[in-house]
Design a binder for this molecule. Structure first.
Ligand code: BJ8
Length: 424
């Protein structure tokens, strides 16, 4: 990670602690992502997004804020980015993927809470997140218990908005979600001092759909017999998608896709010597967390699909662009976001259908269910997922882990045994 000392000092951060935490993130990135051989040349841009997450990206947001635009921090893919973009604001995902900020959250929170929530809160409490001092509004959502009760603690300072997400997807739930979206628009309008306009919203929807199509195309290359990129590299692109400027990101992703197409044409793949095709399904791996992907791929398998929020749940289901006028546009956005299949929903059978479909499309040999420690919804839903996979004849393994390195040896043994069982 870049070390822009002056910038971080100007933001009032604890610079020394920031470097202690993010130098470790940097080491992990080098040891896992950058150590790979035979990478597409255009991955360099996305490596740069990770590298500049606390440098160049912060600097450009500071400049945009000086010109009157607002920064909106998010923690979940249920927040409709189109609305933020249409009002000229900047959405940035603020989820933490490092174990080193967790002790600062544990001063306040109980220990038995998911590492994603603790890492995120720990970055805020340790005064090491450069987005904290410049964010105009943070948007939490009522997904899992860990998140919604943490938002209660954070919401006290006022510049926090909570989206109430229903737990089911029936008619009443759709109404509630629509109402929540309308209120969110009002909050954004008040904050930005701008009115949501139909043509600006249409442009934002087109942009986000273009971004989704580019991500879907990247993931289509992973269906190839010899895919042109690794699961770790696909993850780096996905992590970048959640923080980078949407236009620039999409341009660079389309350029990467051209290179991937060329690699496929020329038979340059990354599968050689890696016997098994694996899908990761479950919790997201946000920036700073490359643990499971590195573990599985260094054990000799290739990750060809991610059924996660840093995977298919982010880019599937484009928004219907046909509706004219704000009302129809908002209805289309409301409908699209309610299609996301987070395990917080009950029942959530559509997710199981998606997992089986993706397993077929990507011709996976096995599925690794990824559960962040203390994430009850994914952990319990894993029972039904495993049963459905078994019935479909697809072996699966459930890994429950946090962000720490201590269990890596033990996890390696389990992953090795799983791959062995697949006939590596
Ligand atoms: S839509 S997965 S981004 S909530 S892993 S914090 S669910 S205890 S990250 Fe998530 Fe939105 Fe769902 Fe996706 Fe809670 Fe589970 Fe932790 Fe999670």
């Amino acid at each position: 990670m870049a070390r822009p000392d002056e910038l971080l000092k100007d933001l009032g951060l604890d610079v020394e602690l920031h470097h202690r935490i993010f130098d470790a993130v940097d080491r992990s990135f080098r040891k896992t992502v950058l150590a790979q051989k035979n990478r597409p040349a255009r991955m360099a841009y996305f490596d740069g997004v990770i590298h500049e997450a606390h440098g160049g990206r912060v600097r450009e947001i500071v400049e945009r804020r000086a010109a009157g635009d607002k920064l909106i921090g998010t923690f979940c893919i249920y927040v409709p980015e189109e609305l933020v973009l249409a009002l000229g604001a900047i959405p940035v995902a603020l989820c933490g993927g490092t174990s080193l900020s967790i002790p600062y959250a544990e001063k306040m929170l109980p220990r038995d809470i998911c590492p994603l929530v603790k890492s995120t809160l720990g970055l805020a409490l340790s005064n090491t997140c450069p987005f904290g001092p410049i964010e105009d509004l943070a948007v939490g959502e009522t997904t899992c218990d860990a998140k919604k009760k943490t938002w209660d603690l954070l919401a006290k300072d006022g510049n926090f908005h909570i989206l109430e997400l229903p737990q089911k997807k029936g008619a009443r739930d759709r109404e509630l979600w629509h109402e929540e979206i309308v209120q969110f628009i009002a909050r954004l309008e008040e904050l930005t001092g701008r009115r949501l306009e139909s043509d600006k919203l249409a442009a934002a929807v087109r942009l986000m759909n273009r971004k989704r199509r580019a991500l879907a195309r990247l993931n289509d290359f992973r269906k190839e017999g010899d895919p042109p990129l690794t699961g770790l590299d696909a993850l780096v692109v996905m992590q970048s998608a959640l923080t980078d400027d949407a236009v620039r990101f999409t341009d660079r992703l389309e350029a990467l896709n051209e290179e991937l197409e060329d690699r496929v044409r020329r038979g340059i793949g990354v599968a050689s010597g890696r016997a098994k095709r694996i899908m990761i399904s479950g919790c997201p791996s946000v920036m700073g967390n490359w643990k499971l992907h590195a573990l599985v791929e260094s054990a000799g398998a290739l990750i060809v699909c991610d059924e996660t929020c840093t995977g298919s749940r982010y880019y599937e289901n484009p928004i219907d662009e046909a509706g004219a006028g704000l009302e129809a546009q908002i209805a289309a956005i409301t409908a699209r976001y309610l299609k996301i299949e987070c395990s917080c929903f009950s029942p959530n059978d559509e997710r199981i259908d998606s997992i089986l479909r993706l397993a077929r499309e990507h011709r996976v040999d096995g599925v690794v269910q990824y559960v962040l420690q203390y994430c009850h919804t994914y952990n319990i839903e894993a029972v039904a997922v495993a049963a459905a996979l078994k019935e479909a004849g697809i072996p699966s393994l459930k890994i429950v882990t946090d962000y720490a390195e201590e269990d890596t040896g033990q996890l390696r043994l389990r992953v090795d045994a799983f791959l062995e069982g697949l006939g590596r």
